[in-house]
Design a protein around this ligand. Structure first.
Ligand SMILES: NC(=O)c1ccc[n+]([C@@H]2O[C@H](COP(=O)([O-])OP(=O)(O)OC[C@H]3O[C@@H](n4cnc5c(N)ncnc54)[C@H](O)[C@@H]3O)[C@@H](O)[C@H]2O)c1
Length: 324
């Protein structure tokens, strides 16, 4: 598992381990946390180092790969595309090269709804045109587009999981979200509710019921479950595919702020800021394909359950992993 010291990877490692798999995490800890690797063995290294990745594959007799390692800040990707192309494209291609050289043929890949760009219609299904509007989305799409060629030439079968907004924390409170800087709405709203940085709402004049943007929040434990299912499908059937992972139920920024206030019992101070360029009014998934083909259905993705687990993690780890 690349990037298994990060937010989603650490939850997937827990799910895999519970399902009986042995997990080896390859992470350079640029954004991850040693303490987040509770379900697997950590090997420090960079995905761009083909020889090092190959050595891990050999040493641990790796049977399948989950690839989470990437940069994921959309705004930063617009300012620094080189950084994003280098890590998300060259890094991923290096990983694929190491896999191809050693006949590892099953891959589960962290993709994103950002590959769709401005939605032409909502909910977004997998057949929606993929026309990213930022370099982050482009880098993820570039790797998705490489898959058929790597499958034909090297027999690598890949499942691309296109997450919508990952949120929440392990319901057992063992692991959670600790990005630095934090860019995601729910932890930012919790931060604001607990006396930290103020929260900005970018635009309240969108064509949505309350004027703020609509997004699809999916619990990280549900994402983790989908990874186990995707792995078993691709390793068992050798069939490549792409799946949206979302709930199909959009929530506005205002609704999320209200949920954080309700769950924490505290006011969430926020200020209105101008719209951000490239923020579509509504982004939410049609995730029927994952339900039908993977048998996946979100169990924790009710908004209050998401916020409740995120709040539980924050209360027990106010400084994130550095305080644990
Ligand atoms: N968080 C979301 O809402 C979201 C939504 C859609 C897609 N994704 C995708 O999911 C994946 C995981 O996201 P996350 O929120 O867990 O991010 P994260 O930053 O918490 O985790 C990424 C991990 O990858 C590691 N990493 C980065 N570059 C590396 C490299 N070159 N070599 C080795 N390790 C490296 C980091 O140290 C970190 O531990 C990413 O690929 C991201 O694009 C995330």
């Amino acid at each position: 598992m690349t990037g298994g010291a990060g937010y989603i990877g650490s939850h997937a490692a827990k799910a895999l381990s519970r399902a009986g798999y042995r997990v080896i995490v390859l992470d350079n800890l640029i954004a991850g946390h040693r303490e987040a690797v509770r379900y697997g063995e950590l090997v420090e290294g960079d995905i761009a180092d083909v020889a090092a990745v190959g050595a891990v594959i050999d040493r641990y007799e790796i049977g399948a790969v989950m690839h989470f390692a990437a940069y994921l800040d959309v705004g930063e990707s617009v300012r620094e595309p080189i950084k994003y192309y280098r890590n998300n494209v060259i890094g991923a291609l290096s990983l694929l090269e190491a896999m191809a050289g050693r006949s590892v043929t099953s891959l589960v890949f962290s993709s994103t709804c950002a590959t769709y760009g401005e939605p032409l219609a909502t909910p977004i299904d997998e057949a929606h045109p993929q026309r990213p509007i930022n370099s982050y989305g482009e880098t993820k799409l570039a790797i998705e587009r490489a898959f058929p060629h790597f499958e034909q030439a090297y027999g690598i079968h890949a499942v691309a999981l296109r997450y919508f907004n990952a949120a929440g924390a392990d319901p057992d409170g063992e692991i959670g979200e600790d990005h630095s800087p934090e860019i995601h709405l729910i932890p930012r709203a919790i931060e604001a509710a607990t006396g930290g940085r103020g929260l900005q709402v970018f635009g309240d004049d969108y064509p949505t019921p309350d004027g703020t943007c609509l997004r699809d929040y999916v619990h990280v434990t549900d994402l983790a479950d989908a990874h186990v299912r995707a792995l078993e499908q691709v390793a068992g059937s050798g069939r490549s595919a792409a799946y949206n992972l979302g709930t199909g139920v959009p929530h506005s920024v205002r609704e999320v702020i209200d949920a954080v206030a309700r769950v924490t019992g505290r006011a969430v101070p926020w200020t209105l800021a101008p719209r951000r360029p490239g923020d579509p009014a509504a982004l939410y998934a049609r995730a029927d394909k994952a339900r039908v083909e993977l048998g996946w259905s979100p169990r924790f993705s009710d908004l209050d359950a998401i916020v409740g687990t995120a709040w539980g993690w924050h209360r027990s780890h106010p400084q994130g992993y550095s305080g644990s």
